[in-house]
Ligand binder design. Structure first.
Ligand SMILES: [Zn+2]
Length: 273
């Protein structure tokens, strides 16, 4: 079985899709590596693999989408199956697993291989995740633009999870730097710069001297997925973004902390706009 086609890579605005079931198994039938992906998921749950998916799998500091997978024949509610997607993970061989449970397994059997199904993600949650994630890029860009004031700060790590979103940079920054960073960040929000996706080959990546994140497997025909902001920023990235920087809402730099020579900027965006 080859990797799952990830629809969000080309169109992050897609919230529904019709696709084909490739496998639908109880968790107990997965191999040990696959079971490890289903962290904190009840053992009586199921794992579904589809040909394509609109669901974003947890990774790159962005949490998994949730939502549902249902039979496509919605007119016959009696016989329709509803699968609640609680967690989505990608295996090392590129297969995307949807973990969750059926609304009623006693009367509705699990999906059969080859069956057509509809996928629907929780679009409000996706939007929030995309805005949080895009805000991370904006903070990275702001820090680069502030080099004359704050010195060069290499990005070390990023986490875009609600409640714990932060960007980490080399060197020491303090709370007194917070106002200047927050002002620059929200200047970029005000500018509503377009956020765009492109696929670069190895030469283009090298020419731009981009820091490739170790272990990041975004290859498609040997190309790397690049998330750009206007013509001023480009980063290898596999996550979902909003269409322009103005859509994140006001970005608050909550606090700046330091550990072992690395500074952490914790941030948040409004849950909804
Ligand atoms: Zn990104």
């Amino acid at each position: 079985m080859t990797g799952t086609k990830a629809l969000y890579l080309d169109d992050a605005s897609l919230c529904t899709s019709t696709t084909e079931i490739l496998s639908c198994h109880p968790l107990s039938q997965l191999n040990e590596d696959e079971k490890k992906l289903a962290k904190n998921i009840p053992c009586e749950s199921f794992a579904i693999i589809t040909k394509e998916t609109v669901f974003y799998p947890q990774g790159g500091g962005q949490p998994s989408d949730t939502g549902k997978i249902t039979t496509t024949d919605a007119s016959n509610e009696e016989s329709s199956s509803i699968f609640r997607v609680l967690l989505v993970r990608k295996s090392t061989n590129g297969r995307i697993f949807h973990f969750g449970d059926f609304a009623s397994t006693t009367t509705h059997p699990p999906f059969a291989d080859g069956q057509l199904v509809s996928q629907t993600i929780d679009s409000a949650k996706r939007d929030y995740h995309s805005r949080l994630h895009t805000a991370g890029h904006i903070i990275g860009l702001a820090m680069r633009l502030l080099t004359p004031t704050l010195g060069e700060r290499k990005k070390v790590k990023a986490n875009h999870a609600p409640g714990e979103a932060c960007m980490e940079f080399d060197g020491l920054l303090y709370n007194e730097h917070r106002p200047v960073i927050e002002a620059k960040v929200n200047e970029l929000v005000q500018e509503a710069l377009p956020v765009h996706i492109s696929w670069w080959d190895a030469n283009e990546v090298e020419r731009a001297s981009l820091n490739m994140v170790e272990g990041l497997q975004l290859g498609r025909d040997g190309r790397v997925r690049i998330a750009g902001i206007g013509d001023v920023d480009a980063n290898p990235c596999g996550g979902t973004h909003v269409a322009h920087t103005g859509l994140t809402g006001y970005i608050t730099i909550r606090k700046i902390s330091r550990q072992k020579g690395v500074s952490r900027l914790s941030y948040e965006v409004p849950i909804s706009l």
